[in-house]
Ligand binder design. Structure first.
Ligand SMILES: Nc1nc2c(c(=O)[nH]1)N[C@H]1C(S)=C(S)[C@@H](COP(=O)(O)OP(=O)(O)OC[C@H]3O[C@@H](n4cnc5c(=O)[nH]c(N)nc54)[C@H](O)[C@@H]3O)O[C@H]1N2
Ligand SMILES: Nc1nc2c(c(=O)[nH]1)N[C@H]1C(S)=C(S)[C@@H](COP(=O)(O)OP(=O)(O)OC[C@H]3O[C@@H](n4cnc5c(=O)[nH]c(N)nc54)[C@H](O)[C@@H]3O)O[C@H]1N2
Ligand code: SF4
Ligand SMILES: [Mo]
Length: 874
């Protein structure tokens, strides 16, 4: 093994250790954890009554023991100024993960900041300003007043379009309802910023306009549906690696047939069997291998399509299912519109689809039958449809998304047990913001504005475009040039002379320079260009609310102190707003200054009460106290009432009463990920008097959306879409494909979280992946004279990047898969700037050439290049 921690025993938390609710701050699944903290000089004992787990630790623990803790789950952190021991351990009572951790979440403790054990020493502790030729620590007051003053001056000269913003819109760390509300209030209420983009795409829009415009919000089912489905149809997602414990705890039981009892109990009037799975992906993933191992090869169908051809497949499935009459007529009649037009408009023969996708006619027919052929006795087959970035960042996003929803609607699979047509998700969600209607549709392509020299100041909240955007090479080149102009100007006058500093900055901006503020928790690559860096507190260092992929909302309680002077993002935004108020007032613009009132929050709970509670549907029922009492299970949004208090509003547990489905699709579609809106518009507090905020009554939630057959359109009907195949849609993609040999497919690996912002400072991950890998077919490697671990350059007309070559026999000739967004090799460098018509990037369809740069670097020579294929135990 390449990695050792040299630990053979861990302290045991005493019985009276403090216990806090934690939701993993990484992926969408939102697994429940508990944080145990206790003083340095104390320790519990092995008898059940002596330790906080209440477990008998005197013998060897079983595989599923609630008493077992890994070294990665332990650390020493600060709590209210004192060192304490901490264990962050999966919660066996959480219905999401039932005690499972993952290689990411089970490391939450060891990726926490610790002055004692030395973990995450790179965390930002003080505000930094570009001074004396480097980033220099200073106070919040000093840094924020500089940001406010430069922001005001730019807005005075260029209007609010001169302020460019990049901001996360998700839940979990670097997100959550508190923080999206605060940033949203600042940019959409106090200002009307329209040159704003989201962390993962270069505009302010929805990843899934297509489904929303059809009236179908994208997180409409519950995790139990994966246990109840007859068939799981998944396109463009690698769920074992990217939605790990959803896959392990809710799909696998159905694949193994161990959820049969649950099926019989919940759906007694139809035959049941273990699930079949269809996975649409141009590569063989470990998810597919795992499905085969768990369900048996006969129950798994891998549709290994040509990259970017999903739309043709979906239309052929739709056509085939309609022509065989395997549709849900009564659902179509009662709850939808436009079926006949879609059948006519999307007509695609199985043969044509086979030609486009590279699949066999037989496999497409088989998929249609697995999806929709009625069960024995005529019962409707229950199919869950799921997708993620292989579709979302894939060819022709809008139409492809719609073509998939068409199939789900035609088969009556939305709003029903064992169904759903859902994003599997990336981060958790946590969107609560004022209206963004002023942004317009299509929204501004922000990266291009920056590249073209537009805007004078850039506020960057918790994202690192240098690693994660498209066309990243060109983005970095121009960004470095523009921000350097301002750095040179700042160097030309003493920092202590604020008026002269600001004049110099403004002069450089007039000449094409850009001033950058970066709010983050660690130094980032885009942050290396920043003039002001502001240190944020993250999940667990503040109270934070978010919801997961089945809209399950929980509160992660603050269990430790943030490093140094770091503050929650919401309070940074509030203090920035107050600094803006002061500078506008000092400049004699009282009317503008007044817009920055209303930020006198003392805590993140104040931000929550101002935002979520007042503005999100059902928010009036939701308080920190109630969430705390509901532990790691929380409730599923939207909230509709409180247990034991009788009906409080017109809301029902279906989450879709007629009064709630009246919002027009245009506004809906223009919004970012906006989970609460999936069930209807922000109605604010209900007309009935808001319930008291003091109690701890359980909150009643919504298990599935659209359970009453009413959808998110003015007439309450979901609408089928006409979505014709038009080849590789984004400009220049077909030419790129024709010109370059290799498909540079890209995405994620189980071990690594996102751009490795914490993992890069964690030896466990850095040791395994010092460089991003690129999986290649061994015969292709031989042709290019590559040995395992050799450093290669990947290049095309958009730019170049590097990776180490990993031979993988499963990979098709002339196709590759590269780890995205890695600090030592950014796949986005070779992604073209082309987007769809609504400015959704197309990261996945990228082609390039590959050449050797050097033999395997020293850092990778000790690594294994064995296949990552999943092997069943035994
Ligand atoms: N080629 C290619 N590119 C892609 C994709 C792809 O599949 N292929 N996928 C896209 C997708 S889906 C995503 S989500 C993006 C990710 O793009 P980014 O959001 O830019 O990447 P992350 O690594 O998630 O960066 C998050 C940043 O937030 C910081 N952070 C963490 N916690 C906090 C906090 O509490 N407060 C603050 N202020 N900051 C915090 C981290 O240190 C890190 O610098 O990449 C996109 N880019
Ligand atoms: N371990 C881990 N888990 C994560 C993350 C992480 O960084 N690490 N990030 C989280 C985030 S923010 C996100 S957005 C999600 C992303 O979750 P996923 O979407 O599951 O992950 P990706 O690896 O980006 O891409 C999924 C699959 O799309 C396939 N694909 C590529 N092109 C096509 C195509 O043309 N058609 C089809 N059908 N498939 C295609 C790829 O081969 C890949 O297997 O993961 C979340 N979970
Ligand atoms: S599956 Fe996702 S939420 Fe669960 S522990 Fe892993 S990273 Fe965290
Ligand atoms: Mo994402």
């Amino acid at each position: 093994m390449a990695y050792k921690r040299n630990i053979d025993r861990l302290p045991i938390p005493p019985r009276d250790a403090r216990v806090n609710n934690v939701t993993c701050h990484f992926c969408i699944v939102g697994c429940g954890y508990k944080a145990y903290t206790w003083p340095m000089n104390r320790q519990g004992g092995p008898a059940p009554g002596e330790n906080a787990y209440g477990e008998d630790l005197r013998g060897q623990q079983g595989a599923d023991s609630a008493g077992w803790v890994a070294p990665s789950m332990y650390n020493v952190v600060k709590q209210d100024g004192r060192d304490v021991q901490i264990v962050i351990k999966p919660d066996h009572d959480c219905v999401v993960n039932s005690g499972l951790g993952s290689i990411r979440g089970a490391r939450m403790a060891e990726v926490s900041y610790s002055a004692v054990t030395g973990t995450q020493q790179a965390r930002l502790t003080d505000p930094l300003v570009w001074r004396y030729g480097t980033m220099s620590p200073t106070s919040w007051e000093d840094s924020l007043s500089l940001v406010a003053e430069v922001t005001r001056r730019v807005v005075e000269e260029q209007g609010e379009d001169g302020l460019i913003v990049s901001a996360y819109d998700h839940g979990g760390a670097g997100g959550g309802y508190e923080n999206t509300w605060a940033t949203g209030k600042l940019y959409f209420e106090s200002m009307k910023v329209k040159n704003i983009r989201i962390h993962n795409r270069p505009a302010y829009n929805s990843e899934v306009h297509g489904t929303r415009d059809m009236g179908v919000g994208e997180l409409n089912n519950c995790y139990e549906d994966a246990e109840l489905a007859d068939t799981i149809f998944v396109a463009g997602a690698n769920s074992l690696e990217t939605q790990t414990n959803y896959f392990l705890n809710h799909w696998v039981p159905n694949l193994r047939g161990t959820s049969l009892d649950k099926k019989k109990q919940e759906l007694p009037n139809e035959p049941h069997a273990a699930a079949r799975v269809i996975v649409v992906d141009p590569r063989r993933t470990v998810t597919i291998a795992a499905c085969e191992a768990e369900a048996g090869k006969d129950n798994v169908l891998h549709l290994q399509i040509n990259s970017g051809t999903d739309l043709a497949l979906f239309n052929a499935l739709f056509t085939e299912i309609a022509s065989r009459g395997w549709v849900d007529r009564s659902f179509i009649d009662a709850s939808t519109s436009g079926f006949d037009a879609a059948v006519a408009g999307n007509k695609t023969s199985v043969e044509d689809a086979a030609r486009i996708t590279g699949l066999s006619v037989a496999d497409i027919r088989k998929a249609a039958s697995w999806i929709a052929e009625p069960k024995q006795g005529g019962a409707r087959r229950r199919t869950m449809f799921a997708y993620e970035k292989g579709i979302i960042w894939g060819n022709d996003n809008y139409r492809t998304n719609q073509a998939m929803v068409n199939v789900a609607l035609a088969t009556g699979n939305i709003g029903r047990p064992g169904g759903g047509c859902v994003r599997l998700g990336g981060h958790q969600e946590g969107y609560a913001r004022p209206s963004d209607a002023h942004v317009g549709r299509p929204a501004a392509y922000v990266d291009q504005l920056l590249i073209q020299g537009k805007g004078g100041i850039h506020h960057v909240w918790g994202c690192d475009h240098f690693k994660t955007t498209l066309n990243a090479g060109e983005f970095k080149r121009t960004y470095q040039r523009r921000t350097n102009m301002v750095k040179e100007a700042m160097d030309s006058v003493p920092a202590g002379d604020r008026p002269a500093q600001v004049e110099a900055i403004i002069k450089a901006i007039r000449a094409g320079g850009l001033f950058t503020v970066n709010v983050d928790i660690v130094p980032t690559q885009i942050g290396s260009c920043a003039h002001v860096v502001l240190p944020a507190a993250t999940s667990g260092e503040m109270n934070l609310t978010s919801m997961n992929g089945e809209r399950r909302m929980r509160l992660t309680e603050r269990y430790m102190d943030p490093p140094g002077r770091a503050m929650p993002d919401c309070l940074i935004a509030a203090q920035l707003a107050q600094a803006l108020e002061r500078t506008w007032r000092a400049a004699g613009k009282a009317d503008i200054a007044d817009r920055f009132r209303g930020y006198d929050w003392q805590t993140e709970e104040d931000a929550f009460n101002d935002g979520y509670r007042k503005h999100e549907k059902g928010g009036e029922f939701v308080t920190y106290a109630r969430l705390r009492a509901m532990g790691t299970n929380g409730f599923q949004e939207p909230a509709t009432g409180l247990a034991g208090t009788g009906p409080v509003t017109a809301g029902t547990t279906t989450g879709a009463t007629p009064g709630m489905v009246v919002q027009g699709p245009a506004i809906e579609g223009a919004r970012g990920k906006e989970p609460v809106q999936q069930a209807g518009p922000n109605t604010g507090p209900s007309a009935a008097a808001a319930p008291p905020s003091g109690g701890t009554e359980p909150i009643i939630g919504t298990k599935r959306l659209y359970a009453d057959g009413k959808f998110n359109r003015p007439d309450g009907r979901a609408t089928f879409a006409v979505a014709e195949w038009r080849g590789l849609q984004a400009e220049g993609k077909q030419a790129e494909k024709d010109k370059h040999r290799f498909l540079i497919n890209n995405g994620r690996a189980n071990h690594v979280w996102q751009s490795a912002y914490l993992d890069q400072h964690n030896d466990f991950v850095r040791d395994r992946f010092p460089y991003p890998y690129i999986e290649m077919n061994p015969a292709d490697m031989q042709e290019l004279r590559l040995s395992p671990g050799d450093l290669v350059e990947v290049f095309n007309g958009n730019g170049a990047t590097q990776a180490v070559a990993w031979p993988e026999a499963q990979v098709r000739r002339n196709e590759t898969f590269m780890l995205f967004a890695y600090p030592t090799g950014v796949q986005g460098n070779v992604v073209s700037k082309a987007t769809n018509e609504l400015i959704i990037p197309n990261y996945k369809q990228t082609w390039g050439d590959i050449r050797k740069i050097s033999d395997a670097p020293a850092a990778v020579r000790h690594l294994s290049w064995k296949t990552q294929e999943y092997r069943p135990a035994g």
